[in-house]
Design a protein around this ligand. Structure first.
Ligand code: FES
Length: 405
């Protein structure tokens, strides 16, 4: 079994990926999207060493709210402790390693292991080991309480996204996503309120999401939003109206001042209040952004829509997405029509994904088509447009480099 990406891919494919001239380079071989061996390599050597998005702080809105999750196959608990702090804990009892929290819960005072009743605080601290020494005093806790709490996972919250670093050795979260933090610093994103949440799965490898961080596909895929190529590029000069930026662990699509506004569906409700600013910024701001490896951060004038992509299998990914709006506009009837129009644009009017309407189902349809094609014997000759697809090669190289670091 390969221990490195280089070993799995082979020298020739690495050389082809890194050719200086982008249009002479070749993309990652299809096996990196279909192989269980490479999937395991990512799960063990990529994700645990990164800051991986897992959920949203609004998934646990009140003290004592908790959700069991799986990260790289490891069971964890996302909890807002009684003091209001969002934490991530290994969901493993310190007695004989049993899952402690089996299903989402609200307003817990403690966690209680279902096997022998050990009790933990919502901060993970060990509170009781009933009858450990045969006596009825469940609060005596004769084992070392300080050393036997639920083990914390290194975690952090940025703009409502909960990130974890499983191996505990990545640079600080603020450093990991620094270019993105700078880009959005003027916006009060954390002050926005949750308006909608949706989880779904699609039949494609998680990497194909990040390889979608270009605007070449917009006109062909997102009918009704991006209608003509002249919205993306000046056909006479070749000037592209979007800066497609890759910087460290961040990728951004920043529309330039020369870009015509994209077509928007008419909104028949009252205008949504804008995302509040902390200070004025005159330069354009990245609209569709990604924090590698698996989190996307899209922000418009009135809505913030982060998404987390969780690899389930080589050809299966779970999407967790949330929509946030300005205070007072996220719930209630006043702005309901306008919020629905935003969600229609993202998800289509049925929210079913079956009719392939809305930006996300449209994207995911193409990812599923890419995934299906990767079972072919002729899918290894992937090319990049030097004009449009530098980000795609950047991300593929980022994956290989990170695994082998
Ligand atoms: S395994 Fe949890 S209390 Fe025994």
């Amino acid at each position: 079994m390969a221990q490195t990406a280089r070993e799995f891919i082979g020298e020739r494919a690495i050389e082809a990926l890194r050719r200086p001239a982008l249009d002479e380079a070749r993309g990652l071989p299809a096996a990196l999207y279909t192989s269980h061996e490479f999937f395991d390599l990512e799960q063990h050597r990529l994700f645990p060493r990164t800051w991986t998005g897992i959920a949203f702080d609004t998934d646990v809105p009140a003290p004592g709210d908790a959700v069991p999750l799986t990260v790289c196959g490891l069971p964890v608990i996302l909890v807002r402790d009684r003091g209001g702090e969002v934490r991530v804990l290994h969901n493993v009892c310190r007695h004989r390693a049993t899952i402690v929290l089996e299903r989402p819960a609200r307003g817990l005072s403690t966690f209680k292991c279902p096997y022998h009743g050990w009790v933990y605080g919502t901060d993970g601290s060990l509170k009781a080991t009933p009858f450990w020494d045969g006596t009825a005093d469940s609060h005596k806790c004769p084992v070392d309480a300080a050393g036997n709490g639920l083990v914390p996972v290194r975690s952090g919250v940025w703009n409502h996204v909960v990130f974890v670093n499983l191996d505990g050795r990545a640079e600080p979260l603020e450093t990991w996503l620094a270019p993105m933090a700078v880009e959005l610093d003027h916006l009060d994103v954390q002050g926005l309120e949750i308006g909608h949440r949706l989880d779904w799965t699609f039949k494609a490898n998680w990497k194909l999401v990040m390889e979608n961080w270009e605007v070449y596909h917009h006109v062909w895929v997102h009918e009704g939003v991006f209608d003509k190529m002249s919205d993306e590029v000046d056909p006479a000069t070749g000037e592209i109206y979007t800066d497609m930026i890759a910087d460290g662990n961040v990728m951004m699509l920043r529309y330039t001042k020369n870009r015509p506004p994209p077509a928007l569906r008419s909104v028949n409700g009252p205008e949504l209040p804008p995302v509040p600013v902390r200070y004025e910024k005159t330069e354009p701001t990245g609209a569709a952004n990604a924090v590698l490896p698996n989190t996307t951060v899209t922000i418009g004038a009135a809505a913030y829509a982060p998404a987390i992509y969780v690899p389930i299998a080589p050809g299966l990914t779970e999407a967790r997405m949330a929509w946030y709006f300005a205070s007072g506009a996220a719930t209630g009837e006043t702005f309901e029509t306008s919020r629905e129009a935003v969600l229609d644009r993202w998800l289509g009017p049925t929210r079913s994904f079956g009719d392939r309407q809305g930006i996300r189902p449209q994207d995911h349809r193409c990812m599923e088509l890419q995934q299906a094609a990767r079972s072919s014997l002729v899918a290894d000759d992937v090319k990049f447009s030097a004009t449009w697809e530098a980000n795609v090669r950047y991300f593929q190289d980022w994956v290989v480099t990170r695994i082998d670091a």
